[in-house]
Design a protein around this ligand. Sequence first.
Ligand code: UT7
Length: 310
Amino acid sequence: MTNAELSTLVDTNDEWIVQRTGIRERRIAAADESTATLATLAGERALKAANLQPADIDLVIVATITPEMAFPATACVVASRLGCPNRAGFDLSAACTGFVYALHTGAAFVRSGQFKNVLVIGAETLSRVTDYTDRGSCILFGDGAGAVVLSRSTEEGRGFLYGELHSDGGPMSDAMLLKPGSRHPINAELIASGDQYMKLKGREVYKFAVTKFEELIRDAMKHCDLTAESLSLIVPHQVNQRIIDSAMEKLGLPADKAFVNIDRYGNTSSASIPIALDEAVHAGRLKRDDHVVFVAFGAGLTWGNAVVRM
Ligand code: UT7
């Protein structure tokens, strides 16, 4: 969906959207697609890239805030479709920090020795919960999925090196999908009011994201003794080009140290980092031994980072 198409739905235009967000287009799932179909495709491609068979996977984690259904978990559907027999599977909800939370969780299972190979997927169909009458939010979001396989390594100093996770439910109304839910169960009144979409206080999230981006990168670099030279690439949650540029400026790092593909996908929440990671690898921006930092922030509020040596 291009900015021009959006401007037929709400009072907006390409110039405003590009200037304020960097987004030019976003992907929208077709009627016969869903979070599980996108997640399954991403999972298949990750297995192929890792040269593994479905039976090699011990656990499937799907990070998502737009699950296939309330229950069972999307991960169970995906594991079954991928042909991972009787393996563990669960969903993880941490909004735009979802992939980083899932990476930590998968790595902890591998590190503990409980599982050998964990498939971590970030997948969203945000278009299904977007209010296409609200110009303050509908311009931002897109659908997509990305995945990685985490495997046990015997090499010292390689793989998942460090990371932090945080949350604060105090400002939860800054970004939320309140209805329907346990507090406001679905009923005819709710549907008639058209109130079943996500709500966003864009300005509040903007300030929060710039601050946390900077803090989390400083923390990651300090903890892992990384310098502007030895840090190969930052793969941030694709929230807004201006947020990323402003944080990079505050950090004194060149803008191209952050991999950005928001122009083509918009914000895909849990899916944004794994999609960007895949593109960064295929573009030759990340190779063996490189240090990459993932940084994410979003509804909850949640925020976190992860340092990986490829
Ligand atoms: O990952 C978690 C979820 N992501 C986010 O929450 C995103 C974080 N926030 C943002 O990216 C930015 O805050 C937005 C892109 C959402 C908004 O950009 P902004 O620079 O913060 O704009 P604003 O909300 O301060 O609005 C500025 C003006 C307002 O008009 P007035 O009051 O100055 O006359 C808005 O009504 O822009 C107007 N506006 C628009 N104009 C054209 C708001 N949305 C649009 C629009 N097209 N789509």
